[in-house]
Design a binder for this molecule. Sequence first.
Ligand code: NDP
Length: 337
Amino acid sequence: NRRIVLAARPHGEPADSDFRLETGEVPKPGPGQVLLRTVYLSLDPYMRGRMSDAPSYAEPVQVGQPMVGGTVTRVVASNHPDFPVGEWVLAQSGWQDYALSDGAGLLRLGAKPQHPSYSLGVLGMPGFTGYMGLLDIGKPKAGETVVVAAASGAVGAVVGQIAKIHGCKVVGIAGGADKCRYVVDELGFDDCLDHKLPDLAGRLARAVPQGIDVYFENVGGAVFDAVLPLLNPRARVPVCGLISAYNATSQPEGPDRLALLMRTILTKRLTFQGFIIFNEYAHRYGEFRDAMEGLIQQGRIKYREDVVEGLENAPRGLMGLLKGENAGKRIVRVGPD
Ligand code: NDP
């Protein structure tokens, strides 16, 4: 049984030395337990937060403990009546080949799910985040303008496609020409701007002549600076993530823009609302899954995975994700089907 543990807390970007691969015995299930073998491991930006012991909404991973993460697994031994051997199960078993569970928090995916790995992406936590954050907090109306960054990623791709289905004009922001082409040609956004090219503020202003009604915040930093002056009165800003700052070791450079932000919130009567998907919306996961499965089946939602091969490559996979190296939802193939 291989597992990757947190070896040290990173300073800035995570490094190879912050992770350690350990090998041990495959555990044996006790009474009421199941043994799960990981097939796919999800890599997600929040994992950077768990490596740090700065105060947050969730407990950090302890040094020496396995990295946490969502997994799609198979039951390989079972002393639990609800989880027969061979079934697929969505779990939180972390960066390891095998894990024991008493069944709590597991989601059965059946004996032959069509796309097991989708439960880590478009049908799982990130898809749910984009869907609920946009619809419940962003409240988009037909004809309104929606902007989302990290637009080709797991969350952003869902935000933009759902906004299109609701009749909005959708402008994405992404890193690089290839991602932008994908966002417009495959995902069907109206436009996509490369945040790595100069003058994002000017290009964004020209792309949204009617202003912005919903800004789905995934990144913060320079992208938010470009968005803020373009927000319309009564715009909604679901605050989902701030990935541009996850590796930061100091406060951003000045000038201090807090007073500008507060004045804009006041005079334009803006709504900013942060959310942590399963804290706020766990009770609506079933409703989301039904809706999203239908949309995928009808071909109205496109989805792209970026598969890293092998558990040993998970650390590099996470480091790359934080730098935008992923083309779509990043997952690790840990074991065979
Ligand atoms: P993605 O698949 O979108 O991958 C991360 C992307 O972030 C990169 O590909 C890169 O895209 C972009 N990025 C990284 N650094 C920067 C930067 N400095 N400026 C602009 N973009 C940057 O990840 P997810 O879809 O899984 O997550 C998107 C966001 O949603 C994250 O902030 C994450 O923390 C948040 N999240 C929040 C949840 C919640 O419950 N609140 C739940 C799930 C996710 P590009 O190359 O296009 O710049």
